[in-house]
Design a protein around this ligand. Structure first.
Ligand code: HEM
Length: 417
């Protein structure tokens, strides 16, 4: 380690010394995420599900799939989504699961996000029962292990087996019927008996519409849809609970009520973005150098080395967010073209595809919402609805974080309605 900057670590990789280079200053993180010779490496060990799904693709293959999937957001997608699709999905879930006055917000958050994320991915409910929702939630947890298995130290085989079985169950029980329904609708659309606006607005429909260009094997299409389900769910629940907690704490400190804050959805959106900055649901992005590259601070990274892009530390960079960068302050103003959510949605080629869906229209300093074309994002809409339905902290049961985890993750968040 002698002679290395403190942020570099050396590990042995097949007998060679492979270094890990950490990047954590805000502008250096932005720069690193734009280096095209840095390739995604966070999911290298989760290939069982993640192989060749969007977030692990690189170069032309990535560009082509991303540009097709982005077509989902064509023609007023967000306006239709926030005004027509989302309210129905949310009230369905709340009617089914908001049945007691004392609840864990994290659990309720999963109920909501399972429903929203499946709808976005293109997976239909079949009978809409609690048993079905339980199975979908269980599959989310089982499939999600593929994204984190790289960090798991024990015997991986039983986990791989569980993921294999979960992919099979997801395909048979949910994917195949959803695909059959969409293929029938696409046939009507191609025959001219159905308008494009009447097609479901989801990833599976887009993939099926562009089948010929994409030529995706069936098993890859199953995993791509499952990946969208994962990408949209855990991240949003994490954000929902943190943002609610920050809102409650802020109100207590400032002598305001949550109802006053949520009455103005734009104001609440600022709270959510500020919470996203402090508590990014993916604290790090990992990359591998495909060729020798130079980082913004001049460090040279040889081919094959790993680069850890530390989004969480970058988001608390005092040179960008001010001396109080580590504090929650939704009134903060940040100079320049800096997102109020910091780097929480990544940057460069893999920048989060769902960002505007969850975070809404993200304004920079000096920009103002356009009254007829501004979305506030699903997290803001969910918190607004829950507060309007009377959600408040449970004074008899304190929230708890996951202790064993170095990460900033809630275990339970008891609330009352
Ligand atoms: C608060 C919620 C969310 C956060 C903080 C978040 C964060 C991120 C981050 C940091 C990345 C980049 C990963 C990397 O560079 O290695 C990413 C990628 C991605 N996210 Fe999100 N995400 C969120 C919600 C969503 C939602 C709701 C969806 C889908 C509707 C989604 C879909 C995706 C996809 C498809 C990618 C991969 C894009 C690509 O590789 O081109 N995310 N997200």
């Amino acid at each position: 380690m002698d002679g290395l900057p403190p942020s570099n670590q050396a590990t042995h990789f097949w007998g060679n010394t492979m270094e890990i280079h950490r990047v954590s200053a805000y502008h250096d993180v932005e720069h690193a995420l734009r280096i095209t010779d840095l390739k995604q490496s966070l999911y290298d060990e989760g290939k069982i599900l993640m192989d060749k799904v969007l977030v692990t693709l690189h170069g032309d293959e990535h560009r082509q799939r991303r540009s097709i999937e982005s077509q989902l957001f064509r023609k007023n997608f967000f306006r239709v989504y926030e005004n027509e699709v989302f309210p129905g999905l949310l009230s369905e879930t709340l009617d089914q699961f908001l049945t007691e006055s004392s609840l864990d917000l994290k659990e309720l958050g999963y109920r909501i996000m399972v429903h929203l994320s499946l709808s976005f991915a293109g997976i239909d409910r079949i009978d809409g029962t609690v048993e079905e929702a339980d199975a979908q939630h269980r599959l989310l947890i089982q499939l999600g292990q593929a994204a984190t298995i790289g960090q798991f130290k024990g015997d991986r085989e039983p986990i791989f087996q569980e993921i294999r079985e979960a992919i099979d169950e997801f395909r048979e029980r949910f994917f195949l019927p959803s695909r059959a329904r969409r293929l029938a609708l696409l046939e009507q659309y191609r025959a001219g008996t159905l308008n494009e606006e009447e097609l479901p607005r989801d990833i599976l429909t887009i993939l099926l519409m562009h089948d010929a260009e994409l030529s995706m094997p069936n098993e890859l299409m199953v995993r791509e849809v499952a990946f969208f389900y994962l990408a949209a769910s855990h991240t949003s629940v994490h954000t929902l609970v943190h943002a609610t907690n920050e809102l409650f704490n802020w109100c207590e400190r400032q002598g305001q009520t949550p109802a006053e804050v949520v009455a103005d959805a734009h104001q609440l959106q600022r709270f959510v973005l500020e919470s996203m900055r402090l508590h990014p649901s993916s604290p790090e992005a990992w990359r591998r150098a495909e060729a020798e590259i130079t980082l913004a601070d001049g460090r040279v990274v040889p081919q094959g080395d790993k680069v850890v892009v530390d989004l969480q530390t970058a988001n608390r960079d005092t040179s960008v967010f001010g001396e109080d960068a580590a504090e929650f302050n939704p009134l903060r103003s940040v100079q320049g073209r800096i997102s109020p959510a910091g780097m929480s949605f990544g940057g460069g080629m893999h920048v989060c595809l769902g960002m505007n869906l969850v975070a809404g229209t993200v304004l920079r300093d000096g920009e103002f919402p356009k009254p007829d074309n501004h979305q506030v994002g699903t997290i803001t809409l969910i918190i607004k609805e829950l507060i309007e339905r009377g959600m408040r902290p449970n004074p008899n049961q304190a929230p708890q974080k996951i202790e064993a985890s170095e990460r900033d993750v809630w275990a339970i968040y008891p609330v009352l309605f």
